[in-house]
Design a protein around this ligand. Structure first.
Ligand code: HEM
Length: 545
């Protein structure tokens, strides 16, 4: 108890220091007040709850329509924030000045370092580049392609589970639950060559920890902002002791979850590394381990890399949980969205099924190259990921003063046209992924419509002219620049494998209850009126005759 009371006493000057820093920051960000945006809803949290809380999806849409490509929002304690979808400004933020000026927020990196370990989501600048240099080749087309049989057999397993649920009739099934389990099984087998038996509904250990990580982290949302100050001020052993004993369930939950994930990945890692170090390439042939997975590829790549490019074990180990965290809910919610739109657009669902029927084998399996080249499947995936990006925003913080150029002039609060914006050091910019993907100036007047056909004929010139700095289909869904999604090819492949097999076997239709979409860390499906935080996508499922 003594340690705790000393800690809380030491906290007083610390809190004063933090408040001073916040006020100083709000003052420095004063120039951003010239950018028009909605009035603040609260002095303490500004527009945060409107932008990220219930009703956020509609609020953001209304703000983009009203204020356009640069929106001046209110953040914590009156600090100004910009939400940006101007492609030229985004070139600066994501590509040109990413390493020197605009990086992930410090609190985000620090929280991930403490909770997940020193992986991609915890590293910045040149160090982040070094990690990507070693990791990128593991996600090459050739390596991802070798994972097709793994993904297909996981989907066959799901097909069998759904068939036995249905018997001979139709049934309402929560597809979010099944797709969540499938996404976890896919990334754990592809990422670590390990099954957590998620499809069987195994809800213990690593799988459970992974599922509860994001909600647990979200409960600490505002408090996470102070973490960089806390870790700079107090030694790690004291912080660990406090975190384990503090009467605050959310903190203790994060500690427990983080320990479970760390211990599990470490065991799998140690086993594989020992085998590889002993037997080298010969090990690929056996030991009952699937050596096609990303972890095995990385163990080999790291041991063979020149000394200067190698990463320490703890950094490689942390990537495993990073991949699983970043690749599970994003992919499952994207798949949920596709099934939902196909349930809304039965004609499109039928057209896709017809395209698949010409090429699908047993269980609806399609060869990799054929799957990649199916035009309507590609169009459905692109259009859904354009209109409904699972992660609609990401945050970047300016490390230095910077002048952002704009492709399209905006009027400031006095109605004066400006073609560049002064962004002071410490300012937060939100990369408005959704804003870019839905911009009628880029996509045309039907930008808000779900119309896969747009991808089957040449896109308007405005799409190429906009020079969106994204890695996927002129959108920002998987972002762009050095921090672009490392798993984007894997995610696309997984989505196509799953869709081809599920649509060959099942029809999906809307339930009686209304499905709505909610903003959390990512956008997830729910049922109107439900107070559950768990994603839900009840669809009426029938067997295809
Ligand atoms: C439809 C599915 C997916 C979407 C929409 C998506 C989207 C994104 C976005 C927007 C970012 C940038 C985040 C930021 O900078 O703050 C990102 C980063 C990342 N994604 Fe994905 N992702 C998906 C699937 C995956 C998969 C399957 C993996 C598995 C490996 C993955 C691994 C990562 C990692 C590790 C990063 C951090 C990259 C870095 O900082 O260098 N993602 N993703």
């Amino acid at each position: 108890m003594n340690v705790l009371s000393t800690f809380f006493k030491a906290l007083v000057p610390f809190v004063v220091f933090v408040v001073y820093k916040l006020v100083q920051r709000a003052w420095r960000l004063h120039p951003l007040k010239r950018i028009p945006g909605p009035p603040s809803a609260s002095f303490v949290t500004g527009n945060f709850s409107q932008w990220f809380g219930d009703g956020a999806i509609e609020f953001r849409k209304a703000m983009s329509e009203r204020y356009g490509r640069v929106i001046g929002l209110n953040g914590l304690l009156g600090a100004k924030i910009l939400a940006i979808s101007d492609p030229l400004a985004l070139q600066d933020i994501l590509v040109k000045y990413h390493v020197d000026v605009f990086d992930e927020a410090k609190y985000f990196l620090e929280f991930n370092r403490v909770a997940i370990g020193p992986g991609l989501l915890a590293s910045s600048g040149q160090h982040h580049r070094k990690q990507r240099k070693l990791l990128n080749p593991a996600f090459s087309t050739a390596n991802i392609r070798r994972l097709v049989p793994t993904l297909q057999s996981i989907t066959v397993h799901l097909q069998e589970i759904l068939r036995s649920e249905l018997g001979n009739g139709a049934k309402e099934l929560d597809m979010s639950e099944y797709l969540g389990r499938l996404a976890l099984e896919s990334i754990s087998q592809a990422g670590m060559g390990h099954s957590f038996r998620s499809l069987e509904g195994n809800d213990a250990g690593y799988g459970a920890a992974l599922k509860s990580f994001v909600p647990a982290a979200a409960r600490l949302h505002v408090w996470r902002l102070f973490l960089p100050y806390v870790t700079q001020t107090f030694p790690p052993t004291l912080l660990r002791f406090v975190a384990e004993n503090v009467p605050w369930r959310a903190v203790r939950a994060v500690v427990e979850i983080s320990d479970t994930m760390h211990v599990t990945t470490k065991e799998i890692w140690a086993q594989k590394k020992a085998l590889y170090t002993r037997d080298g390439d010969k090990v690929m042939a056996g030991h009952g381990i699937d050596w096609k997975d990303i972890m095995s590829i990385l163990i080999k790549a790291n041991l063979e890399a020149p000394e200067a490019d190698r990463l320490p074990d703890d950094e490689l180990l942390a990537q495993m949980t990073t991949f699983l965290l970043a690749g599970t809910d994003t992919t499952s919610t994207a798949l949920c969205r596709i099934l939902h739109v196909l349930a809304l657009h039965q004609d499109a669902q039928e057209k896709l099924r017809e395209e698949l029927a010409t090429v699908a084998g047993e269980y609806g399996k399609v060869e990799h190259d054929t799957l990649r080249d199916l035009p309507y499947l590609e169009a459905v995936c692109r259009e859904t990921l354009r209109l409904y990006p699972p992660a609609p925003l990401v945050q970047r913080d300016a490390q230095e003063d910077h002048i952002l150029p704009l492709a399209h002039a905006i009027a400031d609060v006095d109605g004066e046209l400006v073609t560049e914006i002064f962004v002071p050091r410490g300012a937060t910019v939100l990369v408005n992924i959704e804003g870019v993907n839905r911009d009628p100036g880029i996509w045309g007047p039907d930008a808000m419509e779900w119309r896969p056909e747009r991808w089957l004929s040449p896109l308007p010139n405005s799409v190429a002219d906009a020079r969106v700095p994204g890695i996927y289909a002129n959108t920002l869904t998987f972002l762009g620049g050095t921090r672009a999604c490392i798993g984007y090819m894997f995610a696309q492949l997984e989505m196509k494998v799953v869709l081809s097999q599920l649509l060959s076997s099942f029809r999906f239709a809307l339930p009686e209850r209304e499905i709505i979409w909610r903003q959390g860390a990512i956008i997830t499906p729910s049922v109107k009126g439900s107070d559950s935080n768990r994603p839900q996508l009840p669809l009426r499922v029938t067997l295809v005759k």
